[in-house]
Design a protein around this ligand. Structure first.
Ligand code: ADP
Ligand code: ADP
Length: 237
């Protein structure tokens, strides 16, 4: 599903974000990447959809090189990948529904999108995505009226409306309280199980990682230093 082949990233200032990473992630896995701040978690995750350009090696998605993809092919590959950020990245003044519909951008002409002429099918898809994360009743609220946990669920819904088969979540609970943290991770887990969405989450809490991951990848200084199940991780620590 996702294959890293000798992937390295050197930032322009010389910092090595990733060093010769080799990994294969299978369809439907719930992978948690753990490591201290600065270990390279974000660099690794963002290299998958090319928010971050790697400087060596190649990344394949469903057998196709995203590293070499250009133009329409790159857009097409990115559409398959939903991204969830620590700070939610919602349009604050827009409604929840519009935010979720923005996952459909690129499926229609720009004019339709600008005018907000969403096909009924898209609205239905967005509403059902909101329903899946139990927040449909907020569809017509402004995004910034929601709590952090609710906003994060909206961003999960946006990825679902996009019909992504891969979700990348970069520290999705870092700005949430402990109770909300569990709710958001439960939602990600449910979506992973029910829809078979391949999910890769960056967390700095090893305890949370063990609770949710079907597979844990530990990184340190840009290198993979652990790759195994939560049980194996417990044996190590
Ligand atoms: P993590 O997500 O685990 O906190 P990052 O992937 O953000 O780690 O960072 C990995 C390393 O790369 C760190 O040393 C960080 O300072 C460095 N780094 C991240 N982004 C940049 C950048 N844009 N320019 C230079 N160095 C960077
Ligand atoms: P994260 O939440 O991923 O740890 P950071 O606060 O480390 O984010 O980084 C925020 C932004 O600063 C990112 O865009 C990252 O690429 C950039 N950055 C991080 N470390 C460095 C660095 N050493 N030099 C330049 N930019 C950096």
């Amino acid at each position: 599903m996702i294959e890293f082949k000798h992937v390295s990233k050197t930032y322009p200032n010389g910092t090595q974000g990733l060093r010769k990473v080799n990994l294969t992630i299978e369809k439907g896995e719930f992978v948690v990447i753990v490591g201290l701040s600065g270990a390279g978690k974000s660099t690794l995750l963002r290299s998958i959809n090319r928010l971050n350009e790697i400087t060596e090696g190649e990344i394949l998605i469903k057998g196709q090189s995203i590293t070499r993809a250009r133009g329409k092919q790159l857009l097409h590959m990115r559409r398959d990948i939903g991204m969830i950020f620590q700070n939610f990245n919602l349009v604050k003044r827009s409604s929840v529904l519009k935010n979720v519909l923005s996952g459909r951008v690129g499926y229609h002409s720009t004019l339709r999108t600008v005018l907000g002429l969403w096909p009924k099918k898209d609205v239905a898809l967005a509403m059902s995505a909101l329903d899946r994360v139990n927040i449909q009743e907020k569809a017509y609220s402004r995004a910034d009226e929601l709590s952090g946990g609710q906003q994060q669920r909206v961003s999960i819904a946006r990825a679902l409306a996009q019909e992504a088969t891969i979700i990348l979540a970069d520290e999705p609970v870092a700005s949430l309280d402990p109770v909300t943290t569990i709710q958001v991770l439960d939602d990600l887990q449910r979506v992973n199980k029910e829809l078979g969405i391949t999910t890769i989450v960056n967390l700095h809490s090893v305890d949370l990682a063990k609770k949710y991951a079907t597979r844990l990848i530990g990184i340190r200084s840009g290198e993979v230093v652990f790759d195994g199940t939560a049980d194996q991780a417990s044996d190590e620590t």
